[in-house]
Each structure stands twice: as C-alpha cells, then as structure tokens.
Design a protein around this ligand. Structure first.
Ligand code: ZN
Length: 269
C-alpha cells in the first residue's frame, strides 16, 4: 500500500509536469473506484492546474475553481506519459494536458479515488484528520495533551489518523524502536521526554523515506510507474529472530491491534 512518503514522492514526481498546465481532457474508463468518480469532473477540462498539494495520503490538484482529490488506495499508482500509449486493463483515468503530457492512473484493486470538489473544505475524507507529521504542529506537547485521554497501546495510537496522519505500520515499528519505547506501552503512561523522542523519531523516519523516494523520481517515466521504495534499512520491521543492531537481543514480533509489530524487548522499555 502506498504510504505517506510514496504519496509525497508521487507529488514531487508529477508536479513539474502538471503545474501551470491546462487540462485538455479527462478520460474516465472505470468510474467505479472506492467512491464513484463524479461526472462533474469533466468540468476540469479547460482549467489550469495551479498546484499539486498533499494532505495525509491524498493528492490535491488545485484548479482555479475546483479541486481534484486523488487517493492511491491499496494498489494505485500514477505515471507520466510523454507520448500516447494504449491503456491496459487497470488504467482507469487519464488526465490529458494541452502540452501532450498524460497523467495516467492505474489501480488493479480499485480502492483509490478521484474526487471532485468546489472547495477543499467540502471534502469529507479530509475532515477530522490529525496534523501532518512533518509540520511544527505535530509536537510532544500536542501529543501529551492528546495522550491524557487514551489507554491505547502507543503503537496503535500513533497509527490513528485522528492523532497524526501518515504513520503506517512499518513507520510505527521503526519510530518506536528509534525512540526506545515498547509498542505495548499505554499512551497515558508516556512522559514528555518520551513523547519528544517519539516525535523526533517519526519525523526522521518519514523524512528519510521521502528523501530516498526522491532519488527514484525518474521511475515515474518508466513503464510500471512504481518507484523503488523502502530501500532504506529497516531496523526492526520484518526482522523477527534477527539480532537487534543495538544490543544483539532477538527482535520479537507480536500482533497489536491486529497489526504485526516488531521490537526489541531489551531496548524498548
Ligand atoms: Zn536491542
């Protein structure tokens, strides 16, 4: 599933081809995505793309009068075509620009979406989301305030979009290891210093992943459109039974909130 760093990398990858370009045509071959594609999306034709933004894992195409909100779902990807290419079975949407560039959306499982909105404030999916993890708003003080009311294990809590967006399963395990916090810890038992370490770790892990995604941007012009993510070294995720790189204890795995969780029982208190 594309995670926040992949979506941000997608944004950076498509931005130079889309920004300040005019939409000539929008071709929807399959409107039955997670939510049906609104027929009104054809009103995008003739409008200029002012910017490509991101909120959580949604890409936001800003037009003068409207917004196109794209989510990649479980299996979606975007790629830039510089010449016409025959669409294949799962190529559901094309955004054709007047400069000849085509933004092609491919999604075999169709859990993604292309929403049409007059105002970004009207988009239900974007309401009630927590802060962006890389923003100043996401701080230890913010988490401490939220933590007072929760008895959840910290691992499940930081994966909750109402608390902070974009911390997927891999990033949650890796950040907790970096912050030396046991993933089972009850949220309201965490001290400010621990939350400071956790916030720093989440920001570092995500920023590093975005940076590494950036090095694969050229892949947007390749046939599969999937950049080579997760090249980064994972310290605990998926490493059950391996030696901890800090203390040489065995990495453990456990399900927390039905998600596989990896940690070092010795390093993470
Ligand atoms: Zn260890």
């Amino acid at each position: 599933m594309p995670e926040l760093p992949e979506v941000e990398t997608s944004r950076q990858g498509i931005l130079p081809y889309l920004k300040e370009q005019t939409i000539q045509q929008i071709i929807v071959r399959q409107p039955k995505l997670r939510w049906p594609v609104d027929k009104a999306i054809t009103h995008a034709q003739g409008q200029v793309i002012l910017d490509v933004k991101r909120r959580a894992k949604y890409l936001l195409l800003q037009l003068p009068n409207n917004w196109i909100v794209i989510h990649l779902g479980m299996s979606g990807s975007l790629r830039i075509l510089l010449n016409k290419q025959e669409p294949s079975k799962h190529d559901h949407v094309d955004l054709v620009l007047t400069n000849g560039v085509i933004l092609r959306y491919t999604d075999p499982r169709r859990f993604g979406c292309w929403l049409w909105a007059d105002s970004i404030d009207d988009v239900t999916q974007l309401k009630h989301l927590g802060p962006e993890p890389l923003s100043a708003e996401f701080s230890a003080e913010y988490l401490l305030e939220k933590a007072k009311r929760s008895h959840k294990p910290v691992k499940s809590w930081i994966m909750d979009n109402h608390i902070v967006v974009g911390v997927g399963n891999i990033y949650a395990s890796e950040s907790l290891f970096m912050a030396r916090i046991n993933p089972n810890r009850k949220v309201n038992s965490l001290q400010l210093i621990e939350l400071e370490n956790l916030v720093t770790a989440i920001k570092q892990v995500l920023a590093k992943s975005i940076e590494q995604g950036g090095t694969t941007l050229r892949d947007f012009l390749q046939s599969d459109g999937k950049p080579g993510y997760f090249a980064q070294q994972l310290q605990v995720y998926g490493r059950t039974g391996d030696k901890c790189q800090v203390c040489c204890n065995e990495i453990q795995s456990q399900k927390i909130g039905q998600r596989n969780t990896f940690y070092c029982i010795n390093c993470q208190k």
